[in-house]
Design a protein around this ligand. Structure first.
Ligand code: ZN
Length: 197
């Protein structure tokens, strides 16, 4: 799918912000290993030494999320099912009598490339009171945000899944920060990025 130019440039920049630090860290770790590798890992067991070196060289990938966060692509699709899962989370022993309910929205989406995608969205927590039925204690307006038949869009894993506006809608959501904007806005009032409509 074609993104507004400004957004694809932004995504490119975000990717470089991960790739460059990752590459620099690799070089640094490699240098340290070349110069002081034998002092850091004092062993004559070669396979063990190699294993430690490889693990150390993997650290930059873990820290920066390369390549997984860099390879993700924007996608679009249509919601075919919405499930609300109600869970219980204890935050501490003291809270055992007042458990926190957690709501998770599970979206089943038919992506435009034909794939069926399942997406889980945390919709917040609330204090669960045992005498109150769960149906009356919805935590957040987010629960009503997604409806079957809605067209949804996401820039990548760390971005919100937004509902694309229908012709009659007065609002649209920003694909970068999630902020709700007036439909006539071209750019987001919060972060300034181009709105996708
Ligand atoms: Zn925004």
């Amino acid at each position: 799918m074609k993104l507004p130019r400004e957004l694809s440039e932004y995504l490119k920049k975000q990717k470089m912000k991960r790739i460059i630090p990752c590459a620099l860290m690799q070089v640094l770790i490699a240098l340290v290993l070349i110069l002081w590798g034998n002092t850091i890992v004092r062993t004559d067991v070669l396979p063990f030494k190699i294993a430690v070196f490889v693990l150390m060289l993997l650290v930059p990938f873990l820290v920066t999320g390369v390549p997984f966060k860099v390879l993700q692509k924007p996608w679009r699709g249509e919601i075919i099912k919405v499930d609300i899962q109600d869970g219980v989370a204890f935050t501490s022993d003291r809270d055992k009598d007042r458990p926190h309910g957690t709501l998770t929205i599970v979206l089943t989406v038919q992506a435009d490339d034909g794939k069926i995608v399942i997406k889980e969205i945390g919709a917040g927590t609330y204090t669960k009171v045992w005498w109150e039925p769960v149906a009356n204690t919805k935590a957040d307006h987010i629960v009503d945000r997604y409806q079957v038949g809605d067209r949804v869009f996401q820039l990548g894993k760390q971005y919100p899944i937004i509902v694309l506006p229908k012709p009659e809608d007065q609002h649209c959501q920003c694909a970068v920060c999630g902020r709700t904007n007036a439909i006539e806005n071209e750019t987001c009032e919060e972060c300034g990025h181009t709105l996708i409509k």
